[in-house]
Design a protein around this ligand. Structure first.
Ligand code: 5GP
Length: 348
């Protein structure tokens, strides 16, 4: 047994220090990023915010709304759409706005192969998603996908430490998804005791990835727009959102009106009992870890929420004098605002 004494931080443990700036208005801030990838020859040009591949978030309706903003934000589609619906979306030109999501089961592999066969080419973007990205078979699977789909941008995860980021990048991942335990409907930390404070995970993993021309996506734990600013400030190239996008019209979920007149939407983790029951018959292994089911207030159209998120980010850039999102991490100094004990015991 070993104890690591280094300070590890969550979003709530820090604030970003303001810096002198020449920016007159937040309107001047450019939130788009242009990425070239370690493996895929494609170029990414857009706001690097991704809707999580969860029921109620990674939906086609969300992708359509994201596309309508013209900002280049993307959606990791949840993996329970039928092949026909996915093909239809791609044939109508929607493939550029989404990540095709798979786990590592035979059924996932077959679905992807069937898609490639019927569509005639590979998806532009693939998200290979498992709860625990530390296993050798997972690395082998990523490598197999890289060999099979040389043109595709591959995002793979989740992990939280630099050495595993390096292994995934070297084996074919363009983007490594970072986060174990920070999700709003995740109970991994409580059920297993495993996890890593998200901001430190991002800082350390970004450092490891960037050294190899890889990129990282901070996945989970953002509850307010300022958390996205902290993730980008810490070096995240992409940020993935679940709970912040839940409860909207685009969630393709039932809106329930309670006796008090308030409206709710049910939101659940992809390894919660709700998800297992809904997708019974072979998806129980999608995520090995546990998730919970919550009711979130119905929030109407997602457009104002997106505007809030982008507005908050632009403002954060203005406070530190970053004309482009790209400059945010270079201009970020974090100030610690909590004691370490809160970090350890504070999160779910
Ligand atoms: P949020 O933005 O809601 O804080 O986090 C979203 C992320 O939580 C997802 O992208 C995914 O990585 C993670 N997640 C989703 N469902 C579950 C689950 O049931 N269990 C665990 N451990 N993580 C989940």
């Amino acid at each position: 047994m070993r104890i690591e004494e280094d300070i590890k931080l969550d979003f709530k443990d820090v604030l970003i220090r303001p810096k002198r700036s020449t920016l007159a208005s937040r309107r001047e801030v450019d939130l788009k990023r242009q990425f070239v990838f370690r493996w895929s020859p494609q170029i990414f040009d857009g706001v690097p915010i991704i809707a999580a591949n969860m029921d109620g978030v990674g939906t086609m309706a969300m992708a359509q709304t994201f596309a309508g903003t013209g900002q280049g934000m993307t959606v990791a589609m949840h993996k329970h759409y039928s092949l026909d619906r996915i093909l239809d979306l791609y044939k109508k030109g929607g493939g550029k706005d989404v990540w095709f999501s798979i786990g590592v089961t035979e059924a996932d592999e077959e679905k992807l192969a069937a898609f490639v066969g019927k569509y005639g080419k590979a998806p532009d973007r693939l998200c290979i998603d498992v709860a625990n990205g530390y296993s050798e078979p997972f690395v082998d699977f990523v490598k197999k996908m890289r060999d099979r789909l040389p043109e595709t941008v591959i995002m793979a995860g989740n992990v939280v430490t630099g050495e595993m980021v390096e292994q995934l990048v070297l084996n074919g991942a363009d983007v490594v998804k970072v986060g174990i335990g920070p999700g709003s409907v995740c109970t991994t930390r409580k059920m297993t005791g495993v996890g890593y404070p998200q901001l430190s995970a991002v800082i350390e993993c970004a450092d490891a990835a960037h050294g190899l021309k890889g990129l990282v996506c901070s996945d989970g734990g953002c509850t307010v727009p300022g958390d996205l600013a902290k993730a980008f400030g810490g070096g995240a190239d992409f940020v993935m959102l679940g709970g912040m996008l839940a409860g909207h019209d685009q969630c393709e979920a039932d809106v329930v009106q309670e006796a008090d007149g308030k409206k709710y939407v049910t939101f659940y983790g992809m390894s919660s009992t709700t998800a297992m029951e809904k997708h019974a018959g072979g998806v129980a292994e999608y995520r090995a870890s546990e998730g919970k089911t919550v009711r979130v207030p119905y929030r109407g159209d997602v457009a104002p929420t997106i505007q809030d998120i982008l507005g908050g980010l632009r403002s954060a850039c203005t406070y530190v004098g970053a004309v482009r999102l790209k400059e945010l991490s270079k201009r970020t100094t974090f100030i610690r605002v909590t004691q370490q004990l809160n970090t350890v015991f504070g999160s779910g």
